[in-house]
Design a protein around this ligand. Structure first.
Ligand code: GLC
Length: 429
């Protein structure tokens, strides 16, 4: 095992495109929403100013209605599909048409807690934008105020091809007039590790619907081809609201308290709808048919991060956590390894992702599950130190998979080694 701090910093610098960071060279040539959130946290440990710039650049693309889009296209790259010409959102800068897990407020709270007056000043500057983003999520993705957030595309979950979405995806009818397209991902990465063609047709069907209704979010929620509740987005948003409330306290933004508290109460109530008795855990669920997905994922494991559930529910989730970690060499897999659909190398259908692990161990530690938290953070460190900054890892044998030199994996590693990064800086300052 080698310490890879210099390498992690080098990778993030290499992926810097001048004010924003791409997830990795070629495969993902633009700015992604939650990638940038985590990447900012990593950058913060060696360059605070640049970390804030990452966040400012992302928020620069926020829509007028408050949505922070999942991709920001700042230049044309013919090597990527689907690019701005496919989304047709008519925004400036060009963006995709939906969001991604809202990790920003939680990242910013960390930076403020660890930081100085400079960080508080920057946080105060972006605070109204964070409020607008959360307000958008709670209204556009839950227009009836049920407390259950609906995602309109598997991509909005950030867990693109997880079997969780098979239920919603199977009920999509691919229209005869589906735009013709050429996917580019399989020319960069082995197709065994990427979504299948029929999944891709369905992904594009949703995009086509969005652009037909000119990205009217109410129309998409009401009539779009896909609407599912995601434990990932639900728990990440709930945690982000709690973190936003703490941020409001730290920054004396008293006028925001009541609104944030209402979001927290509503989202907390909504979590119950995702509890699947048959599994004894939180699962994804189709909002229109109420059909549950039937396995525990790394997103289910974020219940601790959100502080969700009764004592019995927490105990059941902790038991799942122990069982799943016992069934693989490296946790936390993105799909239950004891379930028939588990595929250890295919993207979100089995592999381990450093960013998910980061939120999982944070939640486990908060919940007092110290051993489980240590297991997940140690596994993450071992994976990165033995394999490098891979996009994701095989939970059975630890192989690094997908794109290499990944910004967010490097960033999580830097956060994990923050003491060593700080010591290194002192030496070189
Ligand atoms: C893939 C991942 C998504 C991520 C993006 C860029 O689409 O599923 O979560 O944001 O790549 O890294």
């Amino acid at each position: 095992m080698t310490i890879r701090i210099e390498e992690a910093i080098g990778i993030i610098r290499m992926n810097d495109r001048g004010g924003y960071t791409v997830p990795t060279n070629r495969l993902y040539p633009y700015q992604w929403n939650w990638d940038s959130g985590f990447t900012a946290l990593g950058i913060w440990h060696f360059n605070k100013w640049r970390a804030w710039l990452e966040i400012m650049a992302l928020l620069d693309a926020q829509w007028d209605d408050g949505m922070v889009p999942h991709i920001v296209f700042r230049q044309h790259d013919p090597d990527y599909f689907p690019g701005p010409g496919v989304w047709q959102t008519n925004t400036e800068p060009s963006t995709s048409g939906h969001s991604q897990p809202p990790v920003l407020a939680s990242v910013i709270l960390r930076m403020v807690r660890m930081g100085t007056a400079y960080d508080s000043r920057k946080a105060r500057e972006v605070f109204p934008r964070l409020m607008a983003y959360h307000r958008w999520f709670c209204s556009a993705r839950d227009p009836q105020g049920t407390g259950v957030i609906g995602i309109i595309h598997p991509w909005e979950s950030g867990r693109d091809n997880c079997p969780d979405w098979d239920i919603g995806m199977n009920s999509i009818t691919v229209p005869d007039n589906l735009m013709s397209y050429n996917r580019r991902d399989t020319s960069h990465i082995d197709s065994d590790q990427r979504p299948t063609q029929s999944q891709y047709d369905r992904f594009i069907t949703i995009v086509q619907f969005g652009r037909e209704v000119e990205w009217d979010h109410h129309a998409i929620h009401a009539r779009g081809p896909f609407l599912m509740a995601d434990p990932g987005v639900q728990f990440i948003l709930l945690r982000a609201c709690r973190d936003l409330l703490e941020l409001a306290h730290l920054l004396d933004m008293n006028q925001a308290f009541d609104e944030i508290r209402e979001w927290i109460d509503l989202l907390t109530t909504g979590c119950d709808w995702l509890w699947n008795d048959a599994i004894g855990g939180y699962c994804a669920r189709d909002i229109r048919t109420a059909t549950f997905s039937n396995a525990i994922t790394n997103a289910s494991m974020l219940s601790f991060y959100a502080g969700a559930g009764s004592p019995e529910q927490r105990a059941s989730m902790a038991a799942h956590c122990r069982r799943i970690l016992g069934a693989c060499q490296y946790g936390m897999p993105s799909w239950d390894p004891e379930h028939a659909d588990f595929e250890s190398k295919r993207y979100w259908r089995g592999p381990v992702w450093a960013i998910m692990n980061h939120m999982i161990w944070t939640g486990l530690a908060d919940a007092g599950e110290t051993d489980l938290a240590a297991r997940v953070s140690n596994d993450t460190r071992n994976l990165v130190e033995s394999q490098g900054m891979a996009e994701y890892f095989d939970p059975l044998d630890g192989t690094g998979l997908g794109g290499m030199d990944f910004s967010w994996t490097a960033a999580i590693y830097l956060d994990l080694c923050s003491d060593e990064v700080a010591a290194l800086h002192k030496e070189t300052a």
